[in-house]
Design a protein around this ligand. Structure first.
Ligand SMILES: [Zn+2]
Length: 250
């Protein structure tokens, strides 16, 4: 709408390497979160801490939404707050979403970005704001006490673990199998029974044994192992495979 705006769009998967490449091309004043998974958000969080860039976290699922502005060296970072954010493993694909939720979260992010970019810092919200439009509830959490001095992302001794390319979730096309393997950034034991029940609730066909579960979805078959590793069959496109992985497994 504003003809004075110039938009440069980049279509890419966002990891530590891509963020460094994008940074080399532009001056960044602010990062607005429009992502759909925590793995990417934690990469952005570390990147923002490393280069002292403000970023505005926003997330929503169902009728529930959340927004929070992170200012490096001032506020707690996303990693400090992880325990305070109700995650629940729900995703828009497993729990659904209604459009007013998206509109409200993005409005909250945008108004804070206007304040920040016009240097009206005093007007900015300094709380973590959550709402549930169906339950008619809103909540503001004072987060300053949650800043952790031993946080690896924003604490006294920062190591920025999520910028470690080696530790990032890795995907690999499996030779001759029309399949991509997705490895999570940190191996963790997955309770296959809980995951299977959640997926069955949304109508997916799930088979399971002690070691793995198999999800049948349209033209893809996803095999999830106990350590969080997954193989997405029916594609050799890494980005498509990662998108399917995050859609069903958060
Ligand atoms: Zn932190």
């Amino acid at each position: 709408m504003n003809s004075d705006c110039e938009i440069d769009a980049y279509v890419c998967d966002v990891g530590p390497v891509e963020l460094e490449q994008l940074k080399a091309k532009m001056n960044i004043d602010l990062i607005l979160d429009g992502t759909d998974n925590f793995e990417t958000r934690l990469v952005i969080n570390d990147f923002a801490q490393k280069y002292h860039l403000p970023w505005i976290y926003g997330a929503c699922v169902g009728s529930y939404g959340i927004s929070y502005t992170i200012i490096p060296r001032e506020t707690p970072c996303l990693y400090c707050l992880l325990e305070a954010i109700p995650l629940g493993g729900a995703t828009c694909d497993t729990a659904g979403i209604i459009s007013p939720t998206v509109q409200l979260v993005t409005s909250l992010q945008l108004v804070e970005s206007l304040k920040l970019l016009t240097e009206n810092r005093n007007a900015m919200r300094d709380t973590l704001y959550t709402f549930d439009l169906w339950e008619n509830s809103t909540r503001e959490l004072t987060i300053q006490p949650l800043k952790k001095s031993d946080c690896p992302c924003c604490g006294d001794e920062k190591t920025h673990p999520f910028l470690d390319v080696q530790a990032m979730s890795r995907s690999a096309v499996l030779c001759g199998r029309d399949a991509v393997q997705i490895r999570p950034s940190h191996y963790h034991q997955t309770d296959l029974e809980i995951v299977a029940n959640k997926l069955r609730e949304i109508g997916l066909v799930v088979k399971k044994n002690d070691q793995l579960l198999i999800i049948e979805e349209n033209r893809h078959r996803i095999v999830l192992f106990k350590d969080g590793r997954a193989i997405v069959h029916g594609t050799t496109d890494k980005n498509e495979a990662k998108s399917i992985y995050h859609r069903y497994l958060g």
